[in-house]
Design a protein. Structure first.
Length: 308
């Protein structure tokens, strides 16, 4: 099976989805650069990636490979093993022939797996989450999990990337149309303040992934990539604010580093307390105190004296 033929079929799936290659990469939870290299023929698709592409695209893996018989052609050995395990042990295949097929979850099985992984990490911590726990949460088998994500490391990488993409998307959606840089920076601070259960869950995942980044080269690279983007976003807002006269003429990159570091440090203290509370009656440890401290920092160090 020629690699370029597989790439051409994957391109057809992307075209049929009506989205950009970058958006499709987000949906199948892989690095956009990996998808680009595979489409250009400089990298092979793994079996797990093809399984996710087929699931999201609503096609058969055999179709991507040219025929069902060619499903083992052009993929790595680990991927073939995972694929075979899923075929023999997934709930659908192990059920009786008369049982109707299990409907695909919203967004497809790969995204369901990643979302449940993130939820369980937030609740228990990454090292306390087993593949069997994820399978139970998805109402499927461990073999079906390994079909899409052969190894635990790959699943963690996908979970990190999904969190990164979701965080970026939420910020983009929330700030769309905001022209006043001061308002946009305050909105970004609001989005990063762990007030709601969803925000606290998101931060719990980040704290766990920070610890993992110190031990994992792969997660560490993703961590660097995410913070480069996040600090760049804040720096761009501050730079625009300086141009608008909203902020003082400061070093935007240095100011962004200070603001994001303050957000991280204060958020970790907030998460150590009960939601909506404060530790042992000590003021300044709740979400509102965190928000107020960040706004005070912006007003004292960034806001131009003449700004309204």
């Amino acid at each position: 099976m020629q690699q370029d033929e597989v790439a051409a079929r994957v391109r057809q799936v992307i075209d049929a989805a009506g989205v950009s290659a970058r958006e499709f990469a987000r949906r199948i939870v892989i690095d956009p650069s990996k998808l680009s290299r595979s489409l250009n023929g400089t990298r092979r698709f793994t079996a797990a990636e093809l399984a996710r592409i087929a699931d999201i695209g609503g096609v058969d893996v055999g179709r991507l490979l040219g025929s069902a018989a060619g499903a083992a052609d052009g993929v790595d050995a680990a991927g073939r093993a995972a694929s075979g395990a899923a075929v023999t042990a997934s709930p659908v295949c192990s059920a009786s022939a008369s049982r109707p097929p299990v409907p695909s979850p919203e967004g497809g099985r790969p995204l369901q797996i990643v979302r449940e992984t993130v939820r369980l990490i937030a609740e228990r911590g990454f090292h306390a989450v087993r593949v069997a726990d994820i399978a139970a949460a998805c109402h499927t088998s461990t073999a079906a999990i390994h079909y899409h994500f052969p190894g635990r490391d790959e699943l963690l990488e996908a979970a990190v990337r999904w969190c990164m993409d979701e965080d970026t998307r939420r910020r983009s959606d929330a700030t769309a149309g905001t022209r006043h840089a001061g308002d946009e920076l305050r909105l970004l601070i609001e989005l990063q303040t762990p007030r709601t259960e969803q925000q606290r869950r998101q931060w719990c995942v980040w704290l766990d992934l920070w610890a993992e980044a110190a031990r994992s080269t792969t997660v560490g690279r993703l961590h660097v990539e995410y913070y480069r983007q996040w600090r760049g976003t804040v720096a761009d807002v501050i730079r625009r604010g300086v141009e608008q006269g909203v902020f003082r003429p400061v070093d935007a990159d240095g100011a962004a580093l200070a603001v994001t570091a303050l957000i991280d440090g204060l958020a970790s203290q907030v998460l150590a307390t009960e939601p909506g509370g404060q530790e042992d009656g000590i003021p300044g440890t709740g979400a509102q105190a965190m928000h107020d401290a960040l706004i005070a920092h912006v007003d004292a160090c960034l806001t131009a004296p003449t700004a309204g």
